[in-house]
Design a protein around this ligand. Structure first.
Ligand code: ATP
Length: 299
């Protein structure tokens, strides 16, 4: 086997806090240890251990919880090329009859580069969003076309074929892990599985801080806004929904500066706009979590 030339490819200036991901420190730490710590081992150690880098992982959990954010940040952290993002349903629908060819093409560039250089110095990340659309259990009744089957087979062939390809990381994402073909989740394939769930209160506070950081540093957030209280009130919200809440609160604040009855009449004091706690409270009446049941709704 070709010796791995793993090197310290993590950017020295990299800081977790700067990634703009809230409430997922533990998950990110786990992913780091399980999926790509070996990529920063000294090459001699990787050789001594006789291990290969992890080639794939699966991030699963409800929508809008930060799976795409994590996948992209991993790429930045490892100084990888811009990830290729593939949308599952697109692979199936947009190029009917060519899906296998598309999968092959996805890996072609990484393969070419690896053959030319023979090392892992430039990592290629391939992200499969909505992986369940293409990688359902083979032979599943719902997939009567059989297109999915051949795509899974092609993907398996690629993952197995890249045994000596140290410059590839495939990241699959899904809201429905149970639908994914198990063959794809075995060691050597998408072997690291990480659930990215809804944030807890502490996580929600971090996410609120992230999404209000701009208005806070620009002095546009009212002094009465209590993010701790909002973290309590946003039970079952995903990160994307918290982002939506901040957007909604901003629009309520803006609305106070629009003269009633005249859509054109934005009052001149709009420059002094502040987003207040009340705006967030109004927003809570508008933005509701899609998943989970609030405690007080449980009988
Ligand atoms: P889907 O399953 O729908 O693809 P996802 O889990 O990939 O969802 P993202 O696309 O990562 O979700 O999140 C959507 C947006 O929601 C992000 O761009 C970000 O603004 C916000 N967001 C989600 N989770 C977090 C988080 N943990 N911290 C900060 N922002 C978040």
């Amino acid at each position: 086997a070709r010796a791995s030339s793993a090197r310290n490819i993590i950017k020295p200036e990299f800081k977790f806090e700067d990634m703009g991901i809230g409430g997922l420190d533990a998950e990110f730490g786990d992913i780091f240890r399980r999926a790509f710590a070996s990529r920063i081992f000294p090459p001699s150690l990787v050789e001594k251990l006789g291990i290969q880098h992890v080639k794939g992982m699966l991030l699963y959990g409800p929508p809008g919880t930060g799976k795409t954010l994590i996948a992209r940040q991993i790429g930045k952290m490892l100084n990888a090329r811009d990830p290729v993002v593939v949308n599952g349903p697109e692979v199936l629908n947009k190029f009917v009859g060519q899906s296998e060819e598309n999968i092959r093409k996805l890996f072609a560039e990484a393969e070419k580069e690896y053959k030319a250089k023979g090392d892992d110095s430039s990592l290629h990340i391939i992200i499969f969003d909505e992986l369940d659309a293409i990688c359902r259990q083979r032979g599943a009744k719902s997939d009567s076309t059989g297109v999915g089957d051949s795509v899974v087979n092609q993907l398996l062939a690629k993952l197995d074929g890249v045994d000596q390809l140290n410059n590839i990381l495939v990241i699959g994402m899904t809201n429905r892990k149970e639908l994914i073909d198990e063959a794809l989740l075995r060691p050597g394939r998408l072997e690291v599985h990480m659930e990215i769930g809804l944030p807890d209160e502490h996580g929600r506070l971090q996410i609120l801080k992230i999404h209000t950081s701009q208005m806070r540093s620009n002095g546009v957030m009212g002094p009465d806004v209590n993010l701790e209280e909002l973290a309590l009130l946003t039970k079952n919200f995903s990160g994307a929904e918290i982002n939506g809440l901040v957007r909604s609160a901003s629009s309520f604040a803006f609305n106070r500066h629009v003269k009633v009855g005249t859509m054109a009449g934005v009052s001149s004091d709009v420059e002094n706009l502040k987003v207040l706690q009340d705006d967030f409270v109004h927003a809570l009446g508008e933005v509701k979590p899609a998943f989970g049941v609030a405690d007080d709704e449980l009988q």
